[in-house]
Design a protein around this ligand. Structure first.
Ligand SMILES: [Fe+2]
Ligand SMILES: [Fe+2]
Length: 137
């Protein structure tokens, strides 16, 4: 999956921000399932989260981050580049979570994923994306 959804910038930003809410509730759901040791449901939920985030990341990179970097140049886009780098980290942890493993090991990786994602959404993207609308529209 490497095609961005064909949305206008405003609609894209709104979609991405609302998907953060969707991802947060998926994470909470998964956390509950892990607490109850529901291994099968956790595995299914992780696959859903993986698909959900993959399209989300493709859109963020193609429609927003790379566009900003093209317009302003990489020297002025440190935040955007950091977000791109975080996507690689997030993607790798997700792949690690999706490997067959003991529930205890998965719980640790999942906790790490949740912290990184929350920081990524709240401290990075939810600050950068609203600015995008001001600068690119
Ligand atoms: Fe992101
Ligand atoms: Fe995001």
């Amino acid at each position: 999956m490497d095609l961005a959804r064909p949305l206008g910038l405003r609609e894209m930003v709104e979609t991405l921000l609302s998907e953060h809410k969707g991802a947060r509730s998926l994470l909470l759901e998964l956390e509950e399932l892990l607490l109850r040791d529901e291994a099968q449901k956790v595995a299914e939920g992780l696959i859903r989260l993986d698909r959900y985030l993959l399209q989300h990341i493709v859109d963020e990179e193609a429609s927003i981050l790379k566009r900003l970097i093209n317009v302003y140049g990489s020297e002025k886009c440190e935040e955007e580049i950091r977000i791109l780098q975080q996507h690689r980290i997030i993607y790798n942890i997700l792949q690690e979570c999706n490997k067959p493993q003991e529930l205890t090991a998965l719980k640790q990786k999942f906790a790490e994923l949740k912290v990184i994602l929350e920081r990524h959404f709240k401290d990075e993207e939810e600050k950068v994306f609203p600015k995008v609308l001001k600068t690119l529209t």
